[in-house]
Design a protein around this ligand. Structure first.
Ligand SMILES: Cc1ncc(C[n+]2csc(CCOP(=O)(O)OP(=O)(O)O)c2C)c(N)n1
Length: 356
């Protein structure tokens, strides 16, 4: 006979979801708080862009927050992360202050690159977030070099390299995987497959799945639901342990979806996807709503607490915008700073990234 579901045993049963993924209640709530911050930060950036406070390109991660939260939460503070241009949330996840990220979007002195990099070039060498890269695939060979350095110097760290699905047909991606496999480098290549490279659907540019891309190099690959932060976290926790223990490189497809246009200057839908498609994804695969439902069902979270957490996230996002507003614009002389490398005592060219 079917067990009668009461309020108490419903909570107990659903708590299994957390146990299944090896996630404590505290960690699950942290993941929720992180994703709320990323969502509210991006919405604030969107608003600031719309009123002309953010110049240049601006690519939002709305809809894809579980990737930033679930992957980076697993890492040690001395692990490395590199990404493409849709990277505000990943930079915050790695430990860069949201104020410095927003000020960079605003082109202000208080930004991560003194306001000279903009949205696509968030950088924080002190927390080992090495960009923020505007050239599709540009970060992949660099991440491979970072992983080589980790191995050469015997560090107990790993390098995580995020990229979009349009990267996997680039030459540099394949060259990097070849070298990473050959030298058994501690690098995890993470492809955020949001189904489109600008306005081109992935199945229009590729006959095979992303996971097949590592087959020629004998690199293990996997695919995970990137809208479910608990699955993402669990997947990367296991994988990172293997890579850290010397297991060599990995390729992971994070199946996700972007809820906004390619960049702030593009429409949300267009000729390449319909409004209905976007609305369906928002309805069915919003990572925040998925975790909310899991935590409500497990009686780990209620509406009031969620409201408080959201208010906290909004306050941090608003504080970041205020900080950016108050930060000065760079002096014209700043154009000449951090441009040329200086020779060090060995006569070698040395670029002091701490000044950036
Ligand atoms: C080498 C290179 N080619 C073309 C572009 C123009 N471009 C900018 S974003 C983009 C699409 C990339 O899509 P994807 O890698 O899937 O990432 P997503 O935007 O979906 O996060 C293109 C083609 C570029 N920046 N660099």
């Amino acid at each position: 006979m079917a067990e009668v579901e009461t309020k108490t045993n419903r909570g107990a049963k659903k708590k299994d979801v957390l146990a299944q993924h090896g996630v404590t209640e505290e960690l699950a709530l942290e993941l929720m708080q992180d994703m709320l911050l990323y969502r509210r930060f991006e919405e604030k950036a969107e608003e600031s862009y719309a009123i002309g406070k953010v110049g240049g390109f601006c690519h939002l991660h709305i809809g894809q927050e579980a990737g930033a939260a679930g992957v980076i939460k697993v890492l040690q503070s001395d692990d490395y992360v590199l990404s493409a241009y849709r990277s505000h949330t990943q930079a915050i996840a790695k430990g860069i202050n949201p104020k410095a990220v927003m000020a960079e979007l605003y082109g202000r002195v208080g930004g991560t690159s003194g306001g000279k990099g903009g949205s696509m070039h968030i950088f924080g060498s002190d927390v080992r977030f090495l960009g923020g890269h505007g050239i599709v695939g540009g970060q992949v060979p660099i991440a491979t070099g970072v992983a080589w350095k980790i191995k050469y110097s015997g560090e107990n760290t790993v390098c995580v390299c995020f990229m979009g699905d349009a990267t996997v047909n680039q030459g540099g991606f394949h060259e990097s995987l070849n070298m990473a496999a050959l030298w058994e480098l501690p690098v995890i290549y993470v492809v955020e497959n949001n189904e489109y490279g600008m306005g081109t659907a992935f199945d229009r540019v590729s006959k095979t799945d992303i996971s097949t891309r590592s087959l020629p190099f004998d690199i293990p690959s996997s695919s995970v639901n990137g809208q479910d932060v608990l699955s993402t976290y669990e997947h990367f926790r296991n994988l990172t342990e293997q890579v850290r223990a010397g297991g060599g490189p990995r390729l992971v497809e994070l199946r996700t979806y972007r809820f906004r246009g390619h960049s702030m200057s593009d429409p949300v839908s267009g000729t390449y996807r319909s409004t209905e498609e976007v609305e369906r994804h928002k309805e069915e695969s919003d990572p925040i709503a998925i975790l909310r439902d899991q935590l409500f069902a497990a009686a780990v979270l209620d509406q009031d607490t969620l409201g408080e957490m959201d208010a906290r996230a909004k306050k941090i996002a608003a504080g970041a915008a205020d900080f950016a507003d108050e930060s000065p614009v760079p002096e014209p002389e700043a154009l000449y700073e951090n441009v040329w490398a200086e020779p060090n005592s060995h006569g070698r060219l040395f670029f002091d990234s701490r000044k950036v």
